[in-house]
Design a protein around this ligand. Sequence first.
Ligand SMILES: [Zn+2]
Length: 293
Amino acid sequence: MSKKIQSANLVDTWSSSLKCPLCGSPVKVNEYAGLVCLKHHAFDFSKHGYLNLLTRPAVGKYGKFLFDARHHLITESSLYKPLHKVLRDLILKDAPEAENSWMMADLGCGEGSHLQSVLKACDLPLVTGLGLDISKEGITLAAKKYEGSIWLVGDLASLPLADRSCRVLLNILSPANYKEFTRILRQDGIIVKVVPGPGYLKELRQALYGDNEKRSYSNKHTSDLFCRHFDRLDTIQLNYRQRLNGAELQLLASMTPLAWSSDPERLQDFVRQESAWVTVDLDILVGKSDRTD
Ligand SMILES: [Zn+2]
């Protein structure tokens, strides 16, 4: 079975969780394996199996090179393994119904490796993953690498998802649109947002910008905004260091926008090291819907 048909079958079973990105009406998969809404807006599956539901052209900031690097670093190094474990524990604690089918969406999923790692760690066979990103390059790579999840190119500001369609929402080191997140989160669902703490990748920042680097920041604003939209259940501070080898340091530099504006010589010095410790400092915000209607 082609990837296109496989994806069309999967989306068909979840079509009530989607909506038309143009007019908001319900959608279904038609006999030609395309998605069509009540008002006849139609969207084709790509040959890799994803759907492009953008209603206007978007210029992605990030290219294939960055997503390739992200894919390799996330799936082959140990850098984010502790994060995936914490997310798994959180999800199994708050959404443990292994006997029900529900949807776990990662919004701003890039090339989908975090979502796929978390799904694998949770090992809930009835749960379906849905990854959405504005970048076609990211979603193309996700659809090529990972079967069994729904991959959508779409806009956070106008999500092609039905009201209250998602049991678990992930938003990992990526921009948010809380109005839309609130709309699609189920009443019994949880949202998990991962934001960088001040020490996140500090060795890379120090190597690129020196001691006087002014790129550290506070995430208080993000955290306050989150609490205005959701009932906060928990904030987990996750701070650890992992040792990366030279090849992994190169991948890290390739996937980090920080490196783009840096001095090329400093960058070379960083990636030429045989190995180095790298700090992962993250705040994990967990919330639930505060809507009562
Ligand atoms: Zn429509």
